[in-house]
Design a protein around this ligand. Structure first.
Ligand code: FAD
Length: 402
């Protein structure tokens, strides 16, 4: 006998947990089916270096508008925007004039993208930004870190859609932990991948290796790469299918390192190839962000390749004494993580609004949620969270009477 619920929720990342909490609060029967053995999806706090360190979402971005920035505000660390610029191609720190030129060039790129978008155009970001022999690669790095794809693959409209209030907070026991704590007491089946979703009958049937689940409504929070592995019967409408393919996940990885101690000269920095921060919450830790192109190149070689890359950069920036002081390190491999297969969604150029298209319910029975569908907080955990809440409200409202 298949198990039967009012609402089935596919995936227990931020969106799935938010949806489940909202459905439970409405007193509706539900189950969450999660393919992986752990909860959280791209929200993952690692403890193997002796401290809680985030390998996926790290900052409560737009924290003054972020539903996950609840509780005591004093617990969060506020990150400033300022970081020192390293000219990695010349192996030296930028001087004040160069730092200003860099900032002016990045601002000019952003203005050019915004004007193209304001004209209603949707070219690749790479086609509208001004060239600059010194700083173009720095913009490319920034685009990769911000959006997880290089400028040639990103829609200008999508660049402009994200609402950033420049308030970035971190969580002492980890953002991943902060999210999965909210799943306590929820009805979740782990290690249960949904392989097919069949809406041809009166109830929607979800096929898993552990049997069939029947549900009146289904909230689907699998990311846009994982969605490609679910068989839909009948096939999804072309609009939904097209939206999934226009919202691929790019690449971005975190590299975290534990040192015997930090040097006061090790201040936050960014270069044309990485960004680095030290000592969050007073810990002897460095956290680095490896973006789209570099993550793509290094991921196939495994964690050690990204760790070696970051360490080489640190030696170039802060001197050879850095290397022996690094004790242990970890790197994420999001592009190779089963059921996720990437970092965050980036809309391809060409106009339209695939995020809104994917957010549209299918037959009032399937409701897509997750970071990819949020209109202004797409790519981010709080966008995923809000989208889960919204999908839950819609799914509950669409339940058949009785
Ligand atoms: C390196 C990196 C840094 C980031 N930094 C930040 C940051 O600082 N701030 C921020 O706000 N965001 C950040 N993000 C983005 C943030 O992590 C994501 O936007 C958010 O966690 C996505 O949540 P989600 O619920 O939409 O998807 P996911 O977390 O991907 O959850 C989907 C879940 O569905 C499961 N699943 C998939 N397929 C199936 C299936 N067939 N059956 C059952 N289950 C399935 C998956 O296992 C997964 O658990 C970062 C991401 C990365 C990779």
């Amino acid at each position: 006998m298949p198990s039967t619920v009012d609402v089935a929720i596919v995936g227990a990342g931020a969106a799935g947990i938010a949806a489940a909490r909202a459905v439970r609060a409405a007193g509706v029967s539900y189950v969450v089916v999660e393919a992986a053995a752990r909860l959280g999806g791209r929200a993952l706090t690692d403890h193997s270096l002796g401290f809680p360190l985030d390998m996926g979402c790290t900052w409560l971005h737009s924290a003054d508008r972020n539903p996950l920035a609840d509780g005591d505000p004093a617990q969060y660390q506020r990150d400033g925007e300022s970081s020192r610029l390293f000219l990695d191609d010349q192996a030296r720190w930028a001087n004040a004039a160069e730092q200003s030129q860099h900032a002016a060039y990045i601002a000019a790129c952003e203005a050019a993208i915004e004007s193209a978008a304001a004209r209603g155009e949707d070219p690749p970001v790479a086609d509208v930004i001004p060239d600059d022999p010194a700083y173009r690669r720095h913009f490319d790095w920034w685009c990769g870190a911000y959006t997880s794809v290089p400028p040639a693959e990103l829609s200008a409209q999508d660049w402009c859609r994200y609402l950033d209030t420049y308030q970035n907070w971190t969580v002492p026991d980890g953002f991943g932990q902060h999210i999965i704590r909210r799943a306590i007491g929820l009805n979740i089946r782990r290690e249960t991948p949904v392989l097919a979703i069949d809406r041809r009958g009166p109830r929607v049937r979800l096929t898993t290796p552990a049997g069939v689940i029947e549900a009146a409504r289904v909230i689907i929070t699998a990311g846009t790469e994982a969605l490609k592995y679910i068989r839909f019967l009948p096939a999804l409408p072309q609009k939904t299918e097209g939206a999934i393919h226009r919202l691929p996940l790019g690449r971005a990885n975190k590299v975290v390192m534990r040192f015997d101690r930090l040097d006061p000269d090790w201040i936050p920095a960014r270069s044309g190839v990485l960004s680095i921060r030290f000592g969050r919450f007073g810990r002897p830790i460095a956290e680095s962000f490896v973006e789209a192109a570099i993550a793509r190149a290094l991921e196939p070689e495994g964690e050690s390749a990204q760790i070696a890359f970051v360490l080489d950069q640190l030696v170039a920036m802060y001197g050879s004494a850095t290397r022996p002081r690094m004790a242990v390190a970890r790197a994420s491999l999001w592009g190779q993580t089963p059921w996720i297969w990437g970092a965050y969604s980036a809309m391809t150029p060409g106009g339209g609004d695939p995020r809104a298209d994917l957010a549209e319910p299918v037959d009032q029975r399937l409701f897509f949620a997750g970071e990819a569908v949020h209109p202004i907080f797409c790519t981010a955990a709080h966008g995923a969270w809000e989208s889960g809440q919204r999908a839950a409200r819609a799914a509950i409202a669409a339940l058949p009477p009785g």
